[in-house]
Design a protein around this ligand. Structure first.
Ligand code: GLU
Length: 450
């Protein structure tokens, strides 16, 4: 049995109840085969892959809080500190009712490679809670965030572990957590959290960064294939921070975003989600705490709401960009996307495509930009924010976004080069895994058995 197969079998046995984690490990390790085979003896002796798949530390804690009726509620908090070979653990916090250790581990594992791809010195981590922010009052959100940080603070720090936002955690939640951290520790450690407000250390451009980065990555994919974004019709899913930044940058670069979506269904807007008013509407929908997109069609009567469906059935797009959540593109969706005749899918959300759907898309000639490369602009800008905080300075929006743009161009090139080198073909999915892995593997080997 090859070393990769041996490790895959062990990981499956050990983490049987965590399908999302197994999904990403399976996808990543399989694509690393040629690299592992070239170094098999050395890596096996050092148990490199076993170490890579085992988080350095996992923290699980009780988060008690009092709701507006005076009732005590209890949630579970998590922080998985996955890999610190190339820098302090870095990755967001997700607050969503379906959060359990398998989700945090899949996100943390992906984060290792994503952060490595940025070329910046950040390791991989992720955290969150099964707390559902939808329908909660502002005071409840604050009390929850304070309770969450009352435990988390002892495990994080600007040189140790730097959380940020993810689904359910935006600038408001980061603000409440930062305030509580500062109160408990009596330190203004600006770089302990990223995604902060602009008045207390946040980076200009961080809010837009993930979406902008995705579109810049897509632009590189199209360019490489002799194409451009100009005039392209783009179907995206989601309506949160990632979808918002994506819709804005698509418009900037001359493409037209024609769909957005929520758990209730999707919106078709043939005029384009392309005005300040429409982007503001996305923010309003997010802030409503209802988690629905239907009201967009009431506000903009030319738009249509399709209840209970996903935008992958929309056949008239040149490019599809999932920006909602994991496994939102399943095999039936991949079939619809292939049937549309499109050439491109660029992943915005983390692991939006099941392995079966990914295989179907790629074997039918669709070029896929993988999330760990395409959405790395968010965490890259977080690292720029850490640098700004450490240097006691403030960067201009232009400084941040110019750096972000060149990071995205470099990531695309690293992915393309790595897949060419090991597979002799342009496969960004494999290339991203390989390019991300090589740097981490080298650092782990250099640092001995730790
Ligand atoms: N949650 C984002 C991600 O998936 C950003 C993480 C960060 O800025 O640390 O990469």
């Amino acid at each position: 049995m090859s070393y990769v197969d041996e490790v895959l079998a062990k990981v499956k046995e050990k983490n049987a109840g965590e399908p999302e984690f197994l999904q990403t490990v399976d996808e990543v390790l399989n694509s690393l085969r040629p690299v592992i085979e070239a170094n098999e003896e050395k890596y096996k002796k050092q148990a490199l892959l076993e170490r890579l798949c085992e988080p350095e530390r996992q923290i699980k804690f009780r988060v008690p809080w009092v709701d507006d009726n005076g009732q005590v509620q209890v949630n579970t908090g998590y922080r998985v500190q996955f890999n610190s070979a190339i820098g302090p653990y870095k990755g967001g916090l997700r607050f969503a009712p379906n959060v359990y250790i398998g989700i945090i581990k899949f996100l943390g594992f992906e984060q290792i490679f994503k952060n490595s791809l940025t070329g910046l010195p950040i390791g991989g981590g992720k955290g969150g809670s099964d707390f559902d922010p939808n329908g909660k009052s502002d005071a409840e959100i604050m009390r929850f965030c304070q309770s969450f940080m009352t435990e988390l603070y002892r495990h994080i720090g600007p040189e140790t572990d730097v959380p940020a936002g993810d689904m359910g955690v935006g600038a408001r939640e980061i603000g409440y957590m930062f305030g509580q951290y500062k109160r408990i520790t009596d330190r203004f450690d600006g770089g302990v959290l990223t995604g902060k407000g602009l008045t207390y250390g946040g980076a200009l451009g961080r809010a837009e960064a993930t979406g902008y980065g995705i579109v810049w990555y897509a632009e590189e994919m199209l360019k490489y294939n002799g194409d451009s974004l100009e005039g392209k019709r783009v179907a995206i899913s989601g309506f949160g921070n990632v979808a918002w930044g994506t819709a804005k940058k698509l418009t900037d670069l001359g493409a037209k975003c024609v769909t957005i979506s929520g758990p209730d269904g999707y919106i078709i807007d043939e005029d384009g989600v392309n005005t300040e008013e429409k982007w503001q509407c996305m923010l309003d929908l997010r802030n409503s705490g209802q988690n629905i997109v239907a009201p967009y069609a009431e506000r903009f009567p030319n738009a249509k709401f399709i209840a209970g469906k996903k935008p992958w059935e929309y056949a008239d797009a040149d490019l599809y960009i999932p920006c909602a959540t994991q496994n939102e593109i399943r095999i039936e969706d991949a079939k619809a996307i292939v049937a549309s005749g499109t050439k491109y899918v660029c992943e915005g959300s983390n692991m939006p495509t099941t392995n079966e759907a990914l295989e179907y898309l790629q074997s039918n000639g669709v070029i896929v930009g993988p999330a760990k490369a395409a959405n790395a602009g968010g965490v890259a800008t977080s690292c720029i924010e850490m640098g700004q905080n450490a240097g006691k300075t403030v960067f201009s929006a232009e400084q941040v976004l110019d750096q972000l743009h060149s990071i995205m161009v470099n990531i695309h090139k690293a992915c393309a080069d790595a897949s060419m080198k090991y597979y002799g073909e342009y496969d960004l999915v494999k290339g991203a895994n390989i390019a991300g892995f090589e740097k981490v593997a080298d650092a782990m080997m250099a640092q001995g058995v730790v």
